[in-house]
Design a protein around this ligand. Structure first.
Ligand SMILES: NC(=O)c1ccc[n+]([C@@H]2O[C@H](COP(=O)([O-])OP(=O)(O)OC[C@H]3O[C@@H](n4cnc5c(N)ncnc54)[C@H](OP(=O)(O)O)[C@@H]3O)[C@@H](O)[C@H]2O)c1
Length: 232
């Protein structure tokens, strides 16, 4: 199967890539940073020699690059799974965050998924198959202090996911909104975190993989995951 994962050089995206690599699939991945991306390719190919990995440096906040990435992905065949994961977390408050943060959050966390999905969907609709996972957040569901533009963009991504789910019902394409709470990754660099208080990226990856294994007539629409002790 062809599995496309955006932002797969680190964190949750890389953990999802590892799950599908272990099952021997073809992974098509991207990120902006070249070094971490090709380190991930080497890690996956060394540890899971049965998988194939295609990688491309892409800035998912740039519409033209996203569309070119989508066309490049189609060159490997009809996508079986698309994981819209690339995202950036800039904490802040609407009343005082810097000029341009809203635009940056929307471009990276919402438009990225919208434009890539638009390029890939026609082939999935024609094949009457495929599964789109949108990595939303607990910040898609509840307002919280310091949510700011990040939370706005994640509410919007959940809206995108829910609309797509309704649209794709007659086309045989599954859509799942994944809403994780605090998950240990580079997003938390600079914060003092007790590792016992936060989920592991592999926790999210295992659930995404499990949801991809259901019968063609079943779909997990929404997935909400939190640390056992609740939100941070
Ligand atoms: N960690 C959490 O607590 C948490 C909770 C809920 C939801 N999420 C969501 O989960 C997703 C993954 O987050 P994470 O915590 O795993 O973050 P992470 O460790 O910082 O990884 C983010 C990944 O996305 C890539 N990326 C970021 N901006 C990009 C861009 N403009 N174009 C292409 N790739 C880009 C990064 O690589 P480059 O920087 O090299 O581009 C990296 O591979 C995000 O959508 C995030 O909002 C995270």
């Amino acid at each position: 199967m062809n599995i496309i994962i955006t932002g797969a050089s680190k964190g949750i995206g890389r953990a999802i890539a590892e799950q599908f690599a272990a099952a021997g699939h073809t992974l098509i991945i991207c990120s902006r940073g070249e070094t971490a991306l090709y380190d991930t390719v080497a890690f996956l190919q060394t540890n899971y020699p049965q998988c194939k990995v295609k990688a491309r440096v892409v800035d998912m906040s740039n519409k033209e690059q996203v569309k070119a990435f989508g066309v490049w992905c189609l060159g490997f065949g009809v996508p079986d799974i698309l994981v819209n994961n690339a995202g950036q977390f800039i904490p802040g408050s609407i009343h005082n965050e810097a000029e341009g943060v809203l635009e940056q959050m929307m471009e990276t966390n919402l438009y990225s998924a919208y434009h890539l999905t638009q390029v890939l969907l026609p082939s999935m609709i024609e094949a009457r198959s495929g599964h789109v996972f949108n990595i939303c957040s607990i910040a898609s569901l509840h307002a919280y202090p310091n949510g700011g533009s990040y939370s706005i963009s994640k509410f919007a991504l959940l809206g995108f996911s829910k609309n797509l789910r309704e649209e794709m019902k007659p086309h045989g394409v599954k859509v799942t909104a994944v809403c994780p709470g605090a998950t240990l990754s580079a997003s938390w660099d600079g914060f003092e975190i007790d590792p016992k208080r936060i989920m592991e990226a592999a926790d999210i990856a295992k659930m995404v993989f499990a949801a991809s294994q259901l019968s063609p007539q079943a779909v997990v629409e929404d997935m909400i995951m939190r640390p056992l002790l609740g939100d941070l």
